[in-house]
Write a protein that binds this ligand. Structure first.
Ligand SMILES: [Zn+2]
Length: 79
């Protein structure tokens, strides 16, 4: 499972910026030779957004769900 690197929340969402990339691709198609570069916006990797702390980041913490359960238990013990 994917966790936020800042607050360890599992409320992370992938943001592919498609609402941003598609218009750029359309504009590129319309310009001369743009057809050759219109795919470029799509190779830019998406970001992750944490709904808990609101931060954006490229990499998420990938952990096993069992590990996650253990972590939650530990957090509970610590209060
Ligand atoms: Zn977070």
């Amino acid at each position: 499972m994917k966790l936020c690197t800042h607050c360890d929340s599992d409320m992370v969402e992938k943001n592919n910026f498609l609402g941003f990339k598609i218009p750029i691709a359309i504009v590129l198609i319309l310009i001369p030779y743009g057809i050759f570069v219109c795919w470029l916006p799509f190779i830019i990797p998406g970001n992750y957004i944490c709904k808990n702390c609101g931060r954006e980041f490229r990499k998420v913490k990938e952990i096993d769900w069992r590990e996650y359960e253990k972590m939650k238990e530990l957090q509970k013990e610590q209060g």
